[in-house]
Write a protein that binds this ligand. Structure first.
Ligand code: ZN
Length: 246
């Protein structure tokens, strides 16, 4: 558990399943929670819209969290498009590279996100930075690994002369457990059906699909159903439905 001095946090919030679960985690623990998102010229503006919808729905459906949920910050990171050619920032088809990483991978992207988040957290006096990175993820992004997070926590704390804590609630759990965690957090926030309500909110309003598909409603939410992000989300939800409450 967090030491008692940590009462506020900044959540890296993209509007996806993982970062929404991280936001619920933060709202259940901290008195003041702010969010940060990055607009870096995604092919699909769907994510930027989804994150605002999720914030609105969380406020409306979870009054206990509404008073804790503070400012949302969006930083323009169009500069990422200048240093990368990937299917997220250019009009290229999604594919897996020979390295085993999808071509959506922007080298060091999370390092940039965390550095900017820490700079904002410094100004906003938010000592905890919450991020939904995960080592059990299919893609194995090196900038999502636990060692990278520990190194970043140290580098940011030293480089800004301020003690930051990088909180990664999803690091060692799979996607089925991420659904279970959401259910648990929702239920804690509101014993009268909050668990299912948060699961339903995430199903309906978060966005994960690489193709930006919001037209096909699957049992696990909206998405093309064919891209690796959809496959991962579908597999996780199937696992959750097979054994809903861990
Ligand atoms: Zn998809």
């Amino acid at each position: 558990m967090m030491p008692p001095m940590h009462t506020s946090a900044l959540v890296l919030f993209s509007g996806g399943q993982d970062s929404t679960t991280c936001l619920a985690h933060a709202l259940s623990r901290f008195e003041r929670v702010e969010t940060i998102g990055f607009d870096y010229g995604q092919r699909h503006h769907v994510e930027m819209v989804a994150r605002l919808t999720v914030l609105t729905e969380l406020r409306q459906q979870f009054p206990a969290w509404s008073s804790r949920l503070g400012q949302d910050h969006v930083l323009d990171l169009a500069v990422l498009g200048q240093v990368s050619e990937t299917s997220l920032t250019r009009d290229m088809a999604f594919r897996m590279e020979s390295t085993g990483l999808p071509n959506t991978f922007v080298p060091g992207r999370n390092l940039l996100f965390l550095t900017l988040a820490a700079a904002l957290a410094y100004r906003r006096d938010l000592p905890v930075i919450v991020t939904g990175v995960c080592e059990t993820d299919f893609s194995g992004y090196p900038d999502c690994r636990d060692d990278t997070m520990k190194a970043m926590q140290l580098a940011l704390s030293l480089g800004m002369d301020k003690r930051f804590l990088i909180d990664t609630p999803l690091m060692w759990i799979d996607k089925a457990d991420t659904w279970r965690l959401a259910h648990t957090l929702g239920q804690q926030a509101d014993a009268a059906g909050g668990g299912q309500r948060l699961v339903d909110l995430i199903l309906e309003h978060t966005h994960t699909c690489y193709q930006g598909d919001r037209t096909h409603r699957q049992s696990w939410g909206y998405g093309c159903g064919a891209c690796p992000a959809c496959e991962l989300r579908a597999k996780g939800f199937a696992g959750y439905m097979g054994q809903p409450r861990g």
